[in-house]
Design a protein around this ligand. Structure first.
Ligand code: THU
Length: 157
């Protein structure tokens, strides 16, 4: 028997330390929280995806009175991006959230398991790493890839 220690590489940064393109992506994810439809949780999440054609596609969580029918911001944005630009490859995604007090969360939130699996599909299609920027008011986490957020992912059958 042996141990397998998995490491998730995360860069912790402040907004001011980001490159301009990343700052724009974060700005757009933050802005997208304003388009959240979340009358049940009052938790507003926004996501912005940078594509290799230069477009940035945003999405926000869309809830439903039949709770499980709602979708997270990450899946709203990745399905919208691929349905709109089926040929484009994902380059990076930024995710932002506002808590029930209406303020941006202090510490970044991370995508749920289902969204990690959905995003991984587009990383696989892209054939390269898709950077993930998780945004908080205090600090941001930058991960090199979706895969780094989902070790032991189910990728083929
Ligand atoms: N939510 C997201 O949109 N993304 C996440 O990463 C976590 C949770 C949404 C789902 C639901 O509308 C609300 O936040 C509360 O869970």
């Amino acid at each position: 028997m042996k141990d397998l220690d998995l490491v998730i590489p995360v860069k912790v940064a402040r907004y001011e330390q980001l490159a301009e393109t990343d700052r724009k992506l974060v700005d757009m994810a933050r802005e997208a929280t304003g388009r959240s439809y979340s009358p049940y949780s009052h938790f507003r999440v926004g996501a912005a995806i940078l594509l290799d054609n230069g477009e940035i596609v945003t999405g926000a969580n869309q809830e439903n009175v039949a709770y499980p029918s709602g979708t997270c911001a990450e899946r709203t944005s990745c399905y919208y991006a691929h349905a709109t630009y089926p040929q484009a490859k994902f380059m990076a995604i930024a995710i932002a959230a506002k808590g029930t007090d209406g303020n941006e969360v202090a510490n970044p939130i991370a995508p749920c398991g289902a969204c990690r699996q959905a995003l991984l599909e587009y990383e696989t299609l892209a054939g390269h790493d898709v950077r993930v920027i998780l945004t908080g008011a205090k600090e941001l986490y930058i991960l090199p890839s979706v895969r780094s957020l989902l070790p032991f992912a189910f990728t083929e059958f």
